[in-house]
Write a protein of this length. Structure first.
Length: 201
């Protein structure tokens, strides 16, 4: 059991852990996996919808204490980064590497493969810059870090959606990059910039 207390019945009297299945079996493993997905589903969908429709308001609610309703910023960024990586694996932007690839193509491949790690690694520096820019907002560095982490995480999500939609609508890579930049700037300006208190909503 989790707490090491002596068992008396189907539940631990100290920590509440179920003792229905004394040994791990495949049925229990699958049930736990499904329960984990279902329990994550509502908060992650609520977070994605909130960040899409009222990004500033959603982040403000999270920072002000409504944390049960939403997925935390790091969890959101990791999940959406994984979705971007899976989307890129399914719909690569560049053809397979050749022995004659040039330096520009090699750099593009490197950024496509490792850019998410760079984005996630740069979060503290970006948050520090935002904290300095909005010093009058009375938001702490940790609150700005949450804001930036949600922002980068949502950027992964909409880039994954654009990448998956590219074959369906026939977007060229330059058109995809333009759509990516335009959508991001519109979403950012609408949702984040209007006030230092975290925008619309």
């Amino acid at each position: 059991m989790n707490c090491g207390a002596k068992l008396d019945g189907l539940f631990c009297s100290a920590c509440g852990q179920s003792h229905k299945y004394p040994r791990l079996n495949l049925r229990l493993w699958l049930a736990d996996a499904f329960a984990g997905l279902v329990s994550l589903e509502a908060p992650i969908l609520r977070t994605a919808i909130g960040l899409t429709t009222k990004p500033g308001g959603m982040v403000r609610r999270y920072i002000d204490g409504q944390r049960i309703r939403f997925v935390g910023p790091v969890t959101y960024a990791v999940h959406t980064s994984a979705l971007w990586i899976a989307s890129y694996a399914a719909f690569p932007l560049l053809p397979p590497a050749s022995s004659t690839q040039g330096a520009v193509e090699a750099i593009q491949r490197w950024f496509l493969a490792y850019g998410q790690v760079l984005n996630l690694g740069a979060l503290p520096a970006i948050a520090a810059a935002v904290w300095l820019i909005f010093a009058g907002s009375r938001r702490t560095f940790a609150e700005q870090l949450a804001l930036v982490t949600y922002l980068i995480g949502h950027m992964f999500l909409y880039r994954a959606v654009l990448l998956c939609a590219r074959p369906l609508v026939g977007l060229s890579i330059p058109a995809l990059q333009t759509a990516d930049a335009v959508l991001f700037l519109i979403w950012f300006a609408w949702g984040w910039v209007p006030t230092s208190g975290y925008g619309c909503g």
